[in-house]
Design a binder for this molecule. Structure first.
Ligand SMILES: Nc1ncnc2c1ncn2[C@@H]1O[C@H](COP(=O)(O)OP(=O)(O)OP(=O)(O)O)[C@@H](O)[C@H]1O
Ligand SMILES: [Mg+2]
Length: 284
């Protein structure tokens, strides 16, 4: 009897424990808009009263702070060189969301060893308790460490443009992470479309190819147009949804975030699974 009560108590504790939903924003081809999309998703989720941590995981080549016009007090390199804990390198913003800057000029060949991994896991476990969403903005291609994160996250947002090269690379990336045993759900976004129809066709093609050859479902989240406001916002170091909230792309971005949240509410949120999966992928 006592055993039953103990089990129930443990179950209740784990259910009530907050665990951020983890999202990775990825692409095959570089420069398709991942960082801009990650930043604006973070801002819009924050506007919806969600607690958001944006994690720039483009180690050594980070640009989230540059696009946002912010100076990071500490960056991921301070953590990797053991000069700070992961919580220490979290920067708060006046908008309300938090971010970890990837640092610049870091030696890219830095080896993520077991000790570092253990620290990263501990840090992420702690941060998961404090946020509703952790968004990883991934660099182009996949490094050993970023691949593990990609495999372990709950949701994977794939960004492609309508260019055949971007679509092929997006598919190759999805194939690679599928074969490696990715746990997450696939969500597709087409960026820089000339028309809504062109964007839809791009997503449909990608979705059908993934279903046919990888036997995996993916959710088409939406289409973002080619819009000169993005470049203007980057030059002015402000997020486009902040600088031009009524522009076509900002309105579409809001629809995408709402669609994502609608899909999310349908889903069941496991507790602690991200960390467990990460541990398995790191130490296998
Ligand atoms: N919808 C858009 N309309 C017009 N220009 C865009 C759009 N999206 C992105 N861009 C342009 O592409 C550039 C690259 O965007 P971003 O840095 O977000 O891409 P990325 O995928 O993160 O690149 P990387 O692979 O190097 O990390 C932007 O600075 C902007 O000039
Ligand atoms: Mg980027």
């Amino acid at each position: 009897m006592k055993d039953q009560a103990e089990k129930l108590r443990l179950k209740m504790t784990s259910l009530s424990k907050n665990n951020a939903k983890t999202i990775a924003v990825v692409s095959g081809k570089g420069g398709v808009g991942k960082s801009n999309i990650s930043i604006n998703i973070a801002l819009l989720l924050n506007k919806k009263k969600k607690r958001v941590l944006l994690f720039d995981f483009d180690i050594g080549m980070g640009n989230v702070n540059i696009i946002l016009g912010k100076q990071a007090r500490l960056t991921l390199s301070d953590f990797l060189y053991e000069e700070a804990t992961l919580t220490d390198v979290v920067n708060d913003t006046h908008e309300g969301f938090s971010y970890i800057a990837a640092g610049n000029g870091l030696n890219e060949t830095i080896q993520i060893d077991e000790r570092m991994l253990a620290r990263l896991l501990d840090g992420l476990r702690e941060l998961q308790q404090q946020y509703d969403y952790i968004i990883f903005d991934m660099g182009a291609g996949a490094s050993a460490a970023s691949l593990k994160v990609l495999l372990a996250v709950d949701d994977i947002l794939i960004i492609s443009t309508p260019e055949p090269t971007a679509i092929t690379d997006a598919y190759s990336m999805m194939k690679f992470i599928c074969l490696e045993g990715a746990a997450g759900n696939f969500f597709l976004i087409c960026n820089r479309a000339d028309t809504e129809r062109q964007g839809r066709e791009t997503l449909e093609r990608l979705k059908q190819t993934v279903l046919k050859f990888l036997h995996k479902e993916s959710v088409m989240l939406g289409v973002l147009p080619e819009d000169s406001h993005v470049r203007k916002a980057v030059i002015n170091q402000t997020a486009f949804t902040t600088a031009y909230p009524n522009s076509n792309i900002s309105v579409k971005m809001e629809t995408i975030v709402q669609s994502y949240l609608n899909e999310n509410n349908l889903g069941y949120k496991e507790t602690d699974s991200f960390i467990n999966r990460l541990r398995r992928f790191f130490f296998k």
